[in-house]
Design a protein around this ligand. Structure first.
Ligand SMILES: Nc1ncnc2c1ncn2[C@@H]1O[C@H](COP(=O)(O)OP(=O)(O)OP(=O)(O)O)[C@@H](O)[C@H]1O
Length: 343
């Protein structure tokens, strides 16, 4: 079977410092997987295990149907792209892209032809004779990807490849990486701590925390049906609003729950709506374009609303925040696990 299967992967560095606690994932060929989670949760460690740069303490890594635990990195048909590009400053773009091919003994002419073909795909052909110092951050990033692509591998591992770029470039490169993925049909496993990157790039998102995989699903499922309160709060910007269950009317009673409302699920009103609302006072409104993010203070705590600018309250010191109980996602206050209707 093609693809990558991780079975009960555990990793510890010496005694008492377990970094990964039994990770199970099946990655289909051609999938774009994004691994997301807070700093230190083990994302890079998992990538390094798949690449073969580290060995796992327990568990199995199956690549294209073959147990790969003992395969050296060069025999895994995998290319890794790091955030600090690792380009050679004294080499041209052509030589940088062709570099890995030389190590594999490909003749010079063929190497350069291959580098030029890859450069065309990445729209780097005007820069083939330049050195990295004369390129923008985004162009350098593309050269690093070009080097990985030149090797014709079926799987790319990317560790925060956009984190050194400024915001505008990051957004542009996101689109490029997505297009490239369509073009190459390769499997991509991409690590980031940026939830926007995760939701916008991935076919499936893997959310990690403290060395555990909390949820592995499509961006839509992760957003709409998070499996627990951490996942709900980590993905989505602004973050989900959490309200203690005993403050809520119209929701199930008799169980300790936390209700989560996405910022777009709340509304602002000049007059008190007939039901389900809290009085509010604005703290800050951020213009994001046609919409605005309204941060406000209410008796149930601070809330963030994402609303059309035209719906911003005319009196920021005196308005109402409305909610519909059916829009709340419910979490067990003790375990943090999601509670779905009927449970
Ligand atoms: N060689 C090592 N020896 C001991 N501990 C290590 C080693 N490499 C990583 N760690 C620890 O493993 C944990 C996970 O590190 P990892 O780099 O996988 O996290 P990450 O999720 O990628 O974080 P970040 O987003 O900050 O890069 C960290 O606590 C780190 O200190």
């Amino acid at each position: 079977m093609k693809g990558i299967i991780l079975r009960d992967i555990r990793k510890s560095y010496g005694r008492g410092s377990q970094i990964l606690h039994g990770i199970d994932m099946t990655i289909e060929p051609g999938e774009f997987i994004v691994i997301v989670g807070p700093s230190g949760c083990g994302k890079s460690t998992l990538l390094r295990l798949i690449a073969g740069l580290e060995t796992c303490t327990e568990g199995e890594i199956i690549i294209d149907g073959r147990r790969a635990n003992d395969l050296p990195p060069q025999d895994r048909d995998i290319a890794m792209i790091f955030q600090n590009y690792a380009l050679y400053p004294h080499m041209t773009v052509r030589e940088n892209i062709a570099f890995g091919l030389e190590l594999r003994g490909m003749p010079r002419r063929e190497r350069h032809e291959r580098a030029e073909a890859v450069a065309r795909t990445l729209q780097l052909d005007p820069y083939l004779d330049r050195k990295p110092g004369a390129l923008s951050g985004g162009q350098r990033q593309r050269v690093a990807m070009g080097r990985a692509m030149a090797r014709n591998t079926s799987t790319f591992l990317m560790d925060e490849p956009l984190s050194n770029l400024d915001n505008a470039l990051r957004v542009a490169m996101r689109t490029e990486i997505k297009q490239l993925h369509r073009q190459l049909g390769a499997t991509i496993i991409y690590v980031t701590h940026d939830q926007t990157e995760a939701l916008s790039l991935a076919d499936r998102v893997a959310v990690f925390k403290d060395g555990k995989l909390l949820q592995f699903d499509t961006p839509e499922a992760i957003y709409d049906r998070p499996s627990n309160q951490f996942v709900a709060g980590f993905l989505g910007a602004p973050a989900m609003n959490f309200v203690a269950g005993d403050h809520l009317e119209g929701l199930m009673q008799g169980r300790d729950i936390i209700a989560g409302f996405r910022p777009e699920a709340l509304s602002a009103h000049r007059e008190q709506p007939a039901e389900f609302s809290w009085p509010a006072r604005a703290l800050l409104s951020e213009m994001t374009g046609a919409d605005a993010i309204l941060h406000c203070e209410t008796p149930v705590g601070r809330l963030s609303l994402s609303i059309a600018r035209k719906d911003l309250p005319s009196d920021p010191d005196n308005f109402w925040v409305g909610y519909a109980p059916e829009d709340a996602l419910l979490f067990d206050a003790h375990t943090g696990n999601a509670i779905w209707p009927g449970q």
